[in-house]
Design a protein around this ligand. Structure first.
Ligand code: HEM
Length: 205
């Protein structure tokens, strides 16, 4: 068997593994819904679980470049798009759950600007939209040299998402600090390896 066949086989295995892992939060949430195990405030549990999954997958997406650099395996980068799209998928479900189960679809402007933490969440979400829309090979070709700087929007998106999480200050503080440290470490590693300018979105190249 050729080395190329082996590489493709490993990559396919990794993609299937990531696909299954990324679906676990949804599976667990649906299981709790079916078992009626969502506690006294199901709307909050559903919204929070989906938001948490979006943040975790956003951080997982940011792990892919350091992993490639550390291991030399390009497959991490080829899995990155799928993980990023799953982060967006959970963010969409999170926002829909919030609108459907908590505040309703009435005056969206008033809804999204009612609290600072919601403004942060909305900013993170808005930054993720162009990333998801330009994640295909076709859009990568079409956006050309702009693609890379555009996709650096993932850094402010992750920072806003974490601030959104922190600002609610309802969950466990230690958990928020751990997410913050992971994010800070990922940004610091990137700045160290590729320079601070590699974190600046849409800068002139
Ligand atoms: C328009 C955009 C967004 C809105 C309106 C929104 C709204 C909310 C609300 C209302 C909560 C609190 C739920 C509750 O306790 O009742 C929440 C929690 C959360 N959201 Fe968002 N969110 C938005 C975007 C995002 C994005 C883009 C992410 C991540 C990528 C995110 C991650 C989180 C996390 C991690 C939590 C905390 C979960 C926990 O406490 O366990 N949100 N969001």
């Amino acid at each position: 068997m050729s080395a190329k066949w082996n590489r493709e086989h490993t990559l396919r295995g990794a993609k299937v593994a990531f696909f299954i892992v990324a679906l676990i939060p949804l599976y667990m949430l649906v299981q709790r819904m079916v078992l009626g195990d969502l506690g006294p405030d199901p709307a909050q549990v559903i919204t929070e679980s989906l938001g948490k999954a979006a943040l975790q997958l956003l951080l997982a997406t940011l792990f892919m470049t350091p992993l490639r650099k550390l291991t030399g395996w390009n497959g991490w980068i080829r899995c990155r798009r799928m993980i990023g799209l799953f982060a967006f998928f959970y963010a969409v479900l999170h926002v829909m759950a919030f609108l459907q189960l908590i505040l309703g679809w009435g005056d969206l402007w008033a809804t999204f600007t009612r609290r600072p933490y919601i403004i942060m969440g909305a900013a993170a979400f808005l930054l993720l939209v162009p990333l998801a829309l330009t994640s295909t090979q076709k859009m990568m070709k079409r956006t050309g040299r702009m693609w890379k700087p555009l996709h650096r929007l993932i850094y402010p998106a992750a920072i806003f998402a974490w601030l959104h999480f922190l600002w609610q200050a309802r969950s466990n503080l230690l958990e928020m600090v751990v997410y913050g440290l992971v994010l800070a470490a990922l940004l610091a590693i990137r700045a160290h390896w590729f320079g601070v300018s590699s974190l600046v979105p849409l800068k002139k190249t």
